[in-house]
Ligand binder design. Structure first.
Ligand code: ZN
Length: 266
């Protein structure tokens, strides 16, 4: 669902159905929501084929804005403790079921309501970081993206970028598929990840001197995100602020990289 601002009582003549309108008319603004075509299709489909809550099976009241959870399960979301890499939620039930559905059941539209849930955290983070210039996803290796049909971190980064009114830049390329690393210690993980990312040759100008928000879906130790951030800094980024939707509480369970999580959930 897109949001649009216009002055109270005045007709808004700016087109942009399904887009985010950034115009602000003086000091007073109000928000008007316009459904996109996909929103309407999903709403109709929900009436015809209602989707139960991903966690408990109860009816979901507000698709497509709901992240697939009923109101009772939404109240069960857990915030993580302070981490070096800020995260919006702990990767526990019922949020883990939502992320797994987004990644492995082709429910890619869940990226939008997940971004809605994370929006307050991300706005606070960006504000305390003094603002950002662009949003960059931690990319999947092309083989995994080809197999899945989309890259969930890229979808989340785009959704968050729209809410922050900043561009999303797919400047990173994962040049090496890294194996599952749950049996490796931290130094071994770092060695395995060294050189896993490169900034695209033609994207150097989009990195140099920029303040970047680096986004991933799930992390554990943060080693993958640290390596991606290292590559951005090596290419001249002024600052890199990492952020993930969820943090896996049990660091012994596995590595933060999507391959390991895939192995556990497929
Ligand atoms: Zn539920």
């Amino acid at each position: 669902m897109a949001e649009r601002k216009e002055p109270p009582g005045a007709p808004c003549d700016t087109p942009g159905r399904g887009e985010t309108c950034t115009e602000v008319y003086g000091a007073r603004t109000r928000t008007v929501s316009f459904p996109t075509f996909r929103d309407v299709v999903r709403q109709v489909l929900h009436v015809l084929l209602p989707c139960p809550c991903l966690a408990c099976g109860s009816p979901v009241s507000e698709p497509p804005r709901s992240p697939g959870l009923c109101s009772r399960c939404l109240e069960q979301l857990v915030c993580p403790p302070d981490r070096a890499i800020p995260c919006a939620f702990s990767y526990r039930p019922p949020l883990d079921l939502v992320i797994q559905a987004m990644k492995f059941r082709r429910l890619d539209y869940l990226a939008e309501p997940l971004a809605d849930l994370a929006a307050p955290s991300i706005r606070n983070l960006v504000s305390s970081a003094g603002g950002i210039d662009s949003v960059v996803p931690v990319p999947l290796h092309w083989r995994r993206r080809f197999h899945r049909g989309y890259d969930q971190a890229a979808l989340l980064a785009s959704a968050l970028a729209r809410r922050l009114e900043r561009p999303v830049s797919n400047v990173l390329r994962r040049v090496r598929a890294t194996p599952a690393q749950s049996l490796h210690d931290r130094s071994q993980r770092r060695r395995n990840l060294a050189g896993a990312f490169l900034v695209r040759t033609r994207a150097q100008a989009l990195v140099r001197g920029r303040k970047i928000l680096l986004v991933d879906d799930v992390i554990t130790t943060g080693a993958t995100m640290e390596e991606a951030a290292r590559e951005l800094r090596r290419s001249g980024a002024l600052a890199v602020q990492p952020f993930a939707i969820a943090w896996t509480p049990d660091e012994e369970e596995g590595d933060e990289n999507p391959e390991e999580v895939d192995n556990r959930c497929v």
